[in-house]
Design a protein around this ligand. Sequence first.
Ligand SMILES: Cc1cc2nc3c(=O)[nH]c(=O)nc-3n(C[C@H](O)[C@H](O)[C@H](O)COP(=O)(O)OP(=O)(O)OC[C@H]3O[C@@H](n4cnc5c(N)ncnc54)[C@H](O)[C@@H]3O)c2cc1C
Length: 195
Amino acid sequence: MFVDLGDNLVHPLSLSDCPEESVFLEFTKRMTGSDYCQRLESLKKGDVVSVKGPEGKFTLKDDADGDYIFLAGGIGITPLRSILKSYEKQKKDCCRITLIYGNNDKDDIAFKDELENLKIAHFKLVNVLSDNTGMEEADKGFITADIIGRESAQFTGVKYFISGPPAMVKGMHKELGKLHVSDDDIQTDLFAGYD
Ligand SMILES: Cc1cc2nc3c(=O)[nH]c(=O)nc-3n(C[C@H](O)[C@H](O)[C@H](O)COP(=O)(O)OP(=O)(O)OC[C@H]3O[C@@H](n4cnc5c(N)ncnc54)[C@H](O)[C@@H]3O)c2cc1C
């Protein structure tokens, strides 16, 4: 959705909550010190902002008949967190989902506790840390074709959802290319605005 804080401070932000979860809309913004972020931080309860949308299509099919690999980079987790929460709340059990989540280090992992405690059958979380500080079980480096191949080896009819900054999304397309994944099986949410 486009979240307009006034004075031309408008950014597209993904919903990070889901309809089953709350009666308000939730967005999760990576704070960068920009004018937009400063305005966000100055908002008080009761201030009015305007939102427009939603736009785009980044959703699981209701009649999903295959398995899913979610590839998230940093704050790109937001739409995937929304999908996973919705799936959990609806108590769905029609496919296997593995989330491969890349971050710099442990402290950058958004929704860490929640993701570790999702009550979804056949769900697996794989953390990949480029600085790998203090998390022994995480894979080290960036998300690679090797990691994706390892996690999808037993899956059937796999669909891939990628969400993250442009460089990460580009990198993931390259890695999936090494695994000969068809573009038809990839959905992308590209967070333009981050280098
Ligand atoms: C579909 C979509 C969903 C997104 N969802 C989220 C989210 O859930 N959480 C989140 O933190 N961020 C999200 N973003 C990124 C967000 O919209 C901002 O672009 C980003 O947060 C940078 O804004 P800033 O206020 O931190 O820095 P700014 O200083 O405002 O922006 C950094 C630089 O990027 C440029 N820029 C800003 N926005 C865009 C844009 N949309 N396209 C091209 N250039 C741009 C600016 O001109 C500036 O040069 C999303 C982006 C897209 C396109």
